[in-house]
Design a protein around this ligand. Structure first.
Ligand SMILES: CC(C)(COP(=O)(O)OP(=O)(O)OC[C@H]1O[C@@H](n2cnc3c(N)ncnc32)[C@H](O)[C@@H]1OP(=O)(O)O)[C@@H](O)C(=O)NCCC(=O)NCCS
Length: 184
């Protein structure tokens, strides 16, 4: 895979940029919160080491072209409030998966919609993708709303797809086509 240039993108209220070692404490605060991690594919982070590891992994992953992850930083006060990522990038079939998470104190303000509008635009443009996918827990109503606001369509329901901390859960699979995005 060609390397990914970890771009910096801006939205009216946010800067989307690669994560830095100095983001570890803010990331740990966000992703150790059980409310944020309720429908995530892992348990809440138990140690800040997970944040350090994730940031170190990003540098290698961008170099190897495995995924793109950008932190969401507020322009007003430079707080890191979440992250969005493009992973399972399949350049043969021109598709990839979208992931995102944000600190619970920032929910309900439209930050994720703003971030993903720009991030999705970048994904389609920079990687020439034809299709984006997102795999969410069917009980995650906020995430379903986030996807539907962007124009994603629920395309399927996959049973017992995840096993996290002994709990089995299903998946709702969402898809967004580039041609639908361009025509929106
Ligand atoms: C999924 C998640 C990012 C959604 O967060 P969110 O705050 O609902 O999403 P947004 O930032 O786009 O905000 C939209 C909400 O802000 C409101 N809002 C306020 N000002 C707004 C503005 N200027 N523009 C848009 N929306 C605005 C909207 O009305 C909407 O509220 P509603 O859902 O009650 O209708 C969040 O719940 C989360 O991080 N969850 C934990 C991690 C997770 O589950 N990730 C997905 C795994 S697949």
């Amino acid at each position: 895979m060609p390397s990914i240039i970890p771009t910096t993108l801006s939205t009216p209220r946010l800067i989307l940029r690669p994560l830095l070692e100095s983001d570890a404490a803010a990331l740990f605060t966000i992703f150790s919160d059980p409310e944020v991690m309720r429908y995530w594919s892992t348990v809440p982070w138990a140690s800040i080491d997970v944040a350090h590891e994730l940031i170190a992994n990003d540098i290698a992953a961008h170099q190897e072209g495995r995924y793109l992850r950008l932190g969401m930083q507020t322009q007003a006060d430079n707080h890191l409030i979440g992250m969005c990522s493009l992973f399972a990038i399949d350049l043969q079939n021109l598709r990839a998966d979208l992931g995102y998470g944000m600190g619970s104190t920032h929910w309900g303000n439209g930050y994720m919609h703003e971030a993903l509008t720009t991030f999705v635009e970048h994904a389609f443009d920079a990687f020439k993708l034809r299709r984006l996918e997102a795999d969410i827990d069917p009980r995650n109503a906020a995430s379903a709303k986030t996807l539907e606001r962007l124009g994603f369509i629920k395309e399927g329901h996959l049973r017992e797809r995840w096993l996290v901390d002994g709990v089995v859960s299903d998946t709702d699979l969402y898809g967004l086509l580039r041609r639908d995005w361009l025509a929106r």
